[in-house]
Write a protein that binds this ligand. Structure first.
Ligand SMILES: Cc1cc2nc3c(=O)[nH]c(=O)nc-3n(C[C@H](O)[C@H](O)[C@H](O)COP(=O)(O)OP(=O)(O)OC[C@H]3O[C@@H](n4cnc5c(N)ncnc54)[C@H](O)[C@@H]3O)c2cc1C
Length: 479
């Protein structure tokens, strides 16, 4: 049967873009449809506060993009992508005015702790095995040689962060650093698997670092878009799809949306069982975010924090654990764990001369519209006294602003769904391939599939790979 396109992709986040490129590269005719006026989903940058101050609306720090086995296949530098690295991947300040840092060197990171050997004993063997771990765990869980080679990672990753930190690190500062990493899971730190994201972020820091993108995250979306167009892909914007009937005819459809939207758009095509599975899908905590235009860089007491684009603000392991537990219990924390990013300490192109931008968010209950401005600024001020005096303007977004901005951020959940034990590898539903739906030609490629949230394009790659195999009998390698 003649169709308008071989493949239609709905949604142009990093996963939709990656899927579109992979399918177009395989020789298909591809149309990428985006509901909003700009391509990129979580990859936008904009003058949110004052003219000349460029803020990353969503994602800002790119360890997963820099280490992505998908993006490294595309010639993105040619289309303007440039990663920029600060002296440290991340810094973590304490009330006593000191800080610890996560550095490229395992040795230098370990030397900061009272017992450097414990850090090295845990991290070095995992780091030496990183390529196998990346291949086995950043994607669908397939039984492969790599999975067995990465068994030690699997054991550590399955542990609650509270268990791993307290049993492996004698130094409370090492424990706190680990808590800040684990809190990216957006789960209480006593839950199984919260060590997984912490270990992955630390291993990538030792491998590729935690870069920001020169002139803003938008540049990655721009590079992916330009490359897709250069190989013949078609793009349509301002077309928010509410029903599958709106789409042109195609042999396959890939959705860069989450289960809630997928059900609304294409629910009628699915088996009752698959629709039931999607309905049961769980979303996690949301975020409240502030962007600031600043007269100078944040005056952190600890000098290391002035040299790290990412600063984890939360003091001790117990404070961070308490903050995440409170949020999990449905309340906003008065002393939230804050992820603070200051790209202009290395990228002057984002603000007028001598001025700075900063970006920060904390976790809040899903759907919360409570303002966290005061709580976040108090936390920053605690480690950077005088910060409030540097603020020229601020822009805030609560969970509902995020969902309006990008419907994939359901209730403000930035990971496309909860990252708990039952949804890590089986998102969005327990199936042989998580990218297939129950309808023959419909696939899901968003962060609601493995390996989940973050800018890496891996969900898009694997969904495209599955559809090429099923419908076009084209085989692509696993990553
Ligand atoms: C505040 C915040 C901070 C973050 N920080 C980081 C970070 O520092 N590093 C990092 O790696 N990740 C970060 N993330 C997460 C990251 O942005 C996401 O995990 C990633 O963008 C998910 O990619 P995706 O392609 O699955 O979906 P998205 O990027 O959400 O893209 C989905 C796209 O689909 C479109 N769409 C949805 N429904 C429809 C429809 N019905 N019709 C047409 N179009 C539709 C949307 O408009 C959107 O453009 C952050 C996210 C937020 C919100």
């Amino acid at each position: 049967m003649k169709t308008d396109f071989d493949a239609v992709i709905v949604g142009s986040g990093p996963n939709g873009l990656a899927a579109a490129i992979v399918l177009q590269q395989a020789g298909l005719s591809v149309l990428l449809i985006e509901g909003k006026s700009k391509i990129g989903g979580g990859l936008h940058s904009a003058e949110l506060t004052l003219p000349g101050f460029i803020h990353d609306v969503c994602s800002a720090v790119h360890p997963l993009a820099a280490d992505s086995a998908v993006f490294e296949k595309f010639p993105l530098e040619k289309y303007g992508l440039e990663f920029m690295h600060s002296a440290f991947a991340a810094a973590h300040p304490f009330d006593d005015g000191t800080a610890v840092t996560l550095e490229t060197s395992i040795e230098r990171t370990a030397q900061q702790f009272k017992d450097p050997e414990t850090y090295k004993q845990l991290i070095k063997p995992l780091f030496n095995n990183w390529q196998n771990i990346r291949s086995a765990f950043l994607g669908p869980l397939h039984i492969s040689k790599n999975l067995f080679k990465a068994a030690s990672f699997a054991y550590h990753a399955a542990l609650p962060a509270s268990h791993l930190a307290k049993n492996n690190f004698t130094d409370v500062k090492a424990q706190a650093l680990f808590a800040g990493m684990a809190a990216h899971s957006m789960l209480p730190l006593n839950k199984l698997t919260t060590s997984a994201i912490a270990l992955i972020l630390m291993l990538i820091a030792h491998d590729k670092g935690w870069p920001v993108i020169k002139s803003g995250s938008q540049k990655l979306a721009d590079a992916l878009t330009a490359y897709l167009i250069s190989i013949g892909g078609k793009i349509e914007i301002n077309n928010m799809i509410t029903s599958i009937k709106q789409l042109p005819s195609s042999k396959i459809i890939l959705f860069d949306v989450t289960p809630k939207q997928l059900l609304q758009i294409a629910g009628e095509k699915f088996s009752n069982f698959y629709a039931w599975q999607l309905k049961r899908y769980k979303y996690g905590m949301g975020v409240f975010k502030i962007d600031w235009a600043l007269s100078q860089a944040a005056p952190f007491t600890a000098q290391q924090c002035r040299k790290a684009t990412t600063v984890h603000i939360g003091n001790s392991f117990n404070e961070i654990m308490q903050s995440e537990q409170t949020t999990w219990n449905g309340k906003c924390s008065l002393e939230p764990f804050v992820i603070f990013v200051q790209p202009t300490i290395i990228d002057a192109s984002r603000a007028p001369a001598g001025k700075h931008v900063a970006w920060a968010y904390c976790h809040v209950p899903n759907g919360s519209v409570e303002s966290m401005t005061d709580a976040i600024e108090k936390q920053v001020e605690r480690f950077a006294p005088g910060f409030r005096d540097c603020i020229l303007a601020r822009h805030v977004m609560n969970t509902s602003d995020f969902e309006n901005y990008d419907p994939n951020y359901v209730g403000g959940d930035i990971n496309g769904g909860m990252f708990n034990l039952t949804q890590i590898f089986t998102r969005p539903a327990l199936r042989l391939s998580p990218y297939r739906t129950s309808a023959k030609n419909i696939y899901i490629c968003s962060s609601s599939t493995p390996p989940g949230g973050g800018v890496h394009g891996i969900c898009g790659y694997y969904a495209a790979r599955q559809s090429l195999k099923d419908i076009f009998k084209i085989s692509l390698p696993a990553l």
